[in-house]
Design a protein around this ligand. Structure first.
Ligand SMILES: CC(C)(COP(=O)(O)OP(=O)(O)OC[C@H]1O[C@@H](n2cnc3c(N)ncnc32)[C@H](O)[C@@H]1OP(=O)(O)O)[C@@H](O)C(=O)NCCC(=O)NCCS
Length: 163
């Protein structure tokens, strides 16, 4: 009998590895974005973060055994050593709570440390409980609040992590 996928594997054949994405991933990123965090970025926004030298775009590909091809997760960071900023973090809705966000961020933080970054900043909507809990678990500290920052009037919470 085949053992069920472990909770940490995300249903993959083996523990997935994060990989740097390039311009060939625009369509897959747009799709993941629309599915995960609508309305999502435009193709032009994706091309600009994939094309410039200041961004790190990491993705986790779905395994060949899943019914739906494409990306399971991604993280986009702006990198200006010694600081970095997390701009986008997406995990496909069907693959959440399996450790994929933690996995892709751990990979990103290793690359950032190697590239001379000592701090990572982010902003998150005050009502995004899942993301806030994730960032808290990873050791991010709250640094401030921007009241009414988003278009719908909600607050942005500013957080930072010493790498
Ligand atoms: C936030 C998000 C990236 C988390 O991805 P994920 O792969 O499900 O997260 P992980 O499985 O790695 O979870 C790690 C920890 O984060 C916390 N967490 C994640 N989702 C949570 C939820 N829905 N409720 C409470 N805590 C949550 C937990 O502490 C979890 O650890 P545990 O499962 O051992 O309890 C995902 O929900 C998502 O893509 N949301 C939409 C986009 C978004 O909000 N992005 C962030 C802002 S830009």
């Amino acid at each position: 009998m085949t053992a069920p996928p472990s909770r940490g594997s995300g249903g993959f054949d083996a523990k997935p590895a994060a990989e740097r994405l390039d311009a060939s991933a625009v369509a897959a990123l747009e799709l993941l974005d629309r599915q995960s965090f609508p309305p999502g970025w435009s193709a032009a926004q994706w091309r600009s973060v994939l094309g410039g030298g200041r961004h790190l775009v990491l993705g986790l590909r779905r395994s060949g055994r899943t019914a739906v091809p494409g990306l399971a997760a991604c993280a986009v960071l702006q990198v200006v050593p010694p600081e970095a900023e997390l701009l986008r973090l997406l995990v496909h809705p069907s693959l959440r709570r399996r450790g994929l966000a933690r996995l892709v961020l751990d990979a990103a933080f290793s690359i950032l440390r190697r590239d001379g970054c000592t701090c990572c900043h982010l902003e998150v909507a005050a009502g995004n409980d899942a993301a806030r809990q994730l960032y808290h678990d990873l050791g991010f500290q709250q640094r401030g609040v921007r009241h009414g920052y988003y278009g719908d009037g909600s607050d942005a919470v500013l957080m930072s992590l010493e790498l």
